[in-house]
Design a binder for this molecule. Structure first.
Ligand SMILES: [Zn+2]
Length: 168
């Protein structure tokens, strides 16, 4: 069985594309935005996947693709979640159970993406998330000063800071 080709080298960081998704998801609302976002998030947490020199291996891309497919599927299903209007007599109740936590990679997904980069050599792995479980904290977050708590909100978002944003 042939190994799927790596990403088109002219499109750095394009790990998944809409045609990679199951047919039922390809027509989901905002699917192209979610796919682009998934690629961008993966490139940010695991820079080796978006590197053009060296290109990620076909194996790395194949595994990353699976991880991102799972995330995009989750986002698409959350976006299409239950939005129900119930009518009981003269009263109408709207129940919105759609997920409000946003479009984020789970810490386990970030770890898995970063593990793919670690296998390609220590130099490709530059973000140390060991103490934070995948969150990238603000440089002025209390955690950066040795505190045992996070003051920047990165542990709420699972990705980056919510507060204490600092321009690079
Ligand atoms: Zn923090």
């Amino acid at each position: 069985m042939p190994i799927p080709a790596g990403p088109d080298p002219t499109v750095a960081g394009q790990i998944i594309t809409v045609p990679d998704l199951p047919a039922s998801l390809q027509s989901a609302e905002l699917i192209a935005v979610m796919v682009a976002g998934a690629n961008a998030k993966a490139a940010r947490v695991a820079p080796c996947l978006a590197s053009t020199d060296p290109l990620p291996t076909a194996d790395q891309v194949a595994e990353a693709k699976l991880i991102l497919l799972g995330a995009v599927k989750r986002w698409a299903e959350a976006g299409a979640g239950a939005f129900q209007q119930q009518t009981a007599g003269p009263y109408s109740v709207t129940t919105d159970t759609r997920q409000r936590s946003g479009f984020n990679l789970w810490p386990s997904e970030i770890d898995a993406l970063q593990a793919l980069c670690r296998t390609s050599g220590p130099s490709a792995f530059t973000i140390d998330t060991a103490p934070t479980g995948g969150s990238i904290h603000s440089p002025i977050c209390a955690r950066m000063f040795g505190a045992l708590y996070c003051s920047c909100g990165a542990e709420l978002t699972g990705t980056g800071p919510l507060y204490e944003l600092v321009d690079p």
